[in-house]
Every structure is written in structure tokens, then in C-alpha cells.
Design a protein around this ligand. Structure first.
Ligand code: HPA
Ligand code: ZN
Length: 333
């Protein structure tokens, strides 16, 4: 039997929490800056990478939005997405549900069409299955989220769902109850970041007031026993991002991460990369970091991969196809 490090790398998996702007590597930031004549505040790739030392979510977001400023044309969005999909494919990711932040770009005068069409075109070309989740920036007013949804209506068929990201503290889910209700009526899937830096109460209001189907991060749920029980009973998946949680100091080190405790509590936890260019790696780097710091069993590795497919927004047939492949992989170990 191969060791756990080999297993987590080779097993088929889905990624359900990846911000495509967070996959922009420093090398591509510099290449796009040059192509587009955008000035950067850093003299070199190395200097930019050296700035990736974060103390909390906001200190990351400031650099993340600065990095995204080099994205101007449809081709830029295509190139960024194609690079991510190739990288995910190498990590045995079969399917990705990709977040994008249109407001980060439309606020700089980039047409909404360039953003969606570039990302979409790369997803159509493979090499893996991919679908798109449009995120609203929670530090901005709900009116701007509603205006963004209106801009997105002609592209409704290119979106599988909507999400909520950016600065969590002070921007509770209820701020976006009306726009999420409109999205629900449009038949979009609903997710939200909650319980990353924010309290367990934000997880509860995301469920009750936004009607989300998955919680992004959600690791702080264990502070509330009743909430934990509810998440388990209702099979609400958590898209956990281990390396992100360490870089943004949600946990002191990986040995203190609660991923296995979430599984032990019966929760549908998954492993994801969040912003892989900023947090030290893609899917397999996250799985490896977990396997090295925590006593991850083969059974738990299987459970994490199974959860990633079962909690996806794929149709039942596609889910079953990937789960059959996963079962075959584990049966032949
Ligand atoms: N949290 C909130 N907003 C984000 C994140 C995150 O981890 N990554 C990109 N936008
Ligand atoms: Zn995230």
C-alpha cells in the first residue's frame, strides 16, 4: 500500500474553494504588468513574493487586490484561468468550482464581459471540468452587489452560483439578504464565506438569512456545539483551506488545525487551496501539509475526496462517475 502522502496526491478530487484571482502567480503578475503597461509597487518577482507575509485576512486582501490590478483584457483572464486549470489537473483535480470577483475589475473600468468571457473560455477548453461562482465583495454596499447581479444577468447560463467574500468582520451575511434572495429565485446555487475570522453566528445567519448550501471555511463552527450538530445533521459542507488558515493566522500552525476534528464531528469537510499563489500551494500542497502535520488516515483521505465530489454542484450522474473513479482508486491500493 502506498503511503498517505502518495495517496492524497494521486487520489482524484474536486476543488470547491479557489479564488481565480488568488491563482495569479508573481511571474504572471509581472508578465501581465509588462504586457499592459501597468506599474507595480514592487521592483521584482522576488520582492513581490517577499511581501506575501500576512498577519490576518485584511493584510492579505490588500496585496491580493493590488495583484489583480494587472488584469485588463479578456486574454488576461483567459491566461490566468488556463494556468490554474493546468496546475489543478497536475494535482489530480477532476472538477473545480471557481470563484471570481467581478467588482474588483469593473471598479477599475474593466468590462464585465472581459472578465466572464475570458474565464469561461479557458474553462470550456479543459483539461478538467470547471464551473463558475460569482462572488460579491462584502466590504462594499449591497446596492453594488445588486448592480453586479444585474450586469451578470446576460451571462446567467455561464454561472453555477454566487458567493460572498472579502473582509468578513463587520460585514455579516445579513447585509446581503436581498441580493441572495434574488439569486435564489434565479436558480443559482448559493455559498458564502463565514466563520473564517468571523464568529459562528455568521455561519448561522448565512444559513438562515442567505439560504446558502455550503459554507466557505466555517472552521470556527466548533466553538458552538449546537451549530456543529446542525451542520452535521443538514449535511452542510465546509470548504476548508488549510494553508490559507495558517498564512492568515486562523490557526497557529498546521498541527493545531481542526480539520480532523471537523471530520470526527461528522461534518462534510473538504480540502481546498483558496488563493494558491499567495498561500504556498495548490491542492496537493494543502493535502500534503495536512498529512505531514496531522494523523490523517487513509479512511479520512478517502472521506475528504468523497466529500469534495458529493458537496459539488455537479449533476448526480457526473458526481457518481467521479465517485466511482475514487472508489476504484482506493479499491486497488
Ligand atoms: N476570505 C475572504 N475573501 C477572500 C479570501 C478569503 O480567504 N480569498 C480571496 N478573497
Ligand atoms: Zn476564500
Amino acid at each position: 500500500m502506498p503511503n498517505i502522502r502518495d495517496i492524497v496526491q494521486q487520489m482524484p478530487k474536486a476543488e470547491l474553494h479557489i479564488h481565480i484571482e488568488g491563482s495569479l502567480e508573481p511571474e504572471l503578475i509581472f508578465a501581465l504588468a509588462q504586457r499592459n503597461g501597468v506599474a507595480l509597487a514592487y521592483p521584482s518577482v522576488e520582492a513581490l513574493r517577499a511581501a506575501y507575509a500576512f498577519s490576518d485576512l485584511q493584510s492579505f486582501l490588500d496585496i491580493y487586490y493590488a495583484g489583480a490590478s494587472v488584469l485588463l483584457t479578456e486574454q488576461d483572464f483567459y491566461d490566468m484561468t488556463a494556468a490554474y486549470l493546468a496546475r489543478a489537473h497536475a494535482d489530480q483535480v477532476r472538477h473545480a468550482e471557481i470563484f471570481f470577483d467581478p467588482q474588483t475589475h469593473t471598479a477599475r473600468g474593466v468590462p464585465f464581459a472581459s472578465v466572464v468571457n475570458g474565464i469561461w473560455r479557458a474553462c470550456q477548453e479543459g483539461p478538467i471540468s470547471a464551473s463558475l461562482i460569482m462572488c460579491f465583495l462584502r466590504h462594499l454596499p449591497e446596492e453594488e452587489a445588486i448592480a453586479t447581479l444585474e450586469e451578470a444577468l446576460p451571462y446567467r447560463d455561464k454561472l453555477i452560483g454566487v458567493g460572498l467574500d472579502s473582509s468578513e468582520l463587520g460585514h455579516p451575511p445579513e447585509k446581503f439578504a436581498r441580493v441572495f434572495e434574488r439569486c435564489r429565485q434565479l436558480g443559482l446555487h448559493l455559498v458564502a464565506h463565514a466563520g473564517e475570522e468571523g464568529p459562528p453566528a455568521y455561519i448561522e445567519t448565512a444559513l438562515d438569512l442567505l439560504n446558502v448550501e455550503r459554507i466557505d471555511h466555517g472552521v470556527r463552527c466548533l466553538e458552538d456545539g449546537a451549530l456543529t450538530q446542525r451542520l452535521a445533521q443538514e449535511h452542510i459542507a465546509l470548504t476548508v483551506c488549510p494553508l490559507s488558515n495558517i498564512k492568515l493566522r486562523v490557526f497557529g500552525d498546521m498541527g493545531q488545525h481542526n480539520l480532523l476534528a471537523l471530520l470526527d464531528a461528522g461534518l462534510v469537510a473538504t480540502v481546498n487551496s483558496d488563493d494558491p499563489a499567495y498561500f504556498g500551494g495548490y491542492m496537493n500542497a494543502n493535502f500534503l501539509a495536512v498529512a505531514e502535520a496531522l494523523p490523517l488516515s487513509v479512511q479520512q483521505a478517502y472521506r475528504l475526496a468523497h466529500n469534495s465530489f458529493s458537496a459539488s454542484f455537479l449533476d448526480a450522474g457526473a458526481k457518481q462517475g467521479f465517485i466511482d473513479e475514487l472508489d476504484h482508486y482506493f479499491a486497488t491500493l
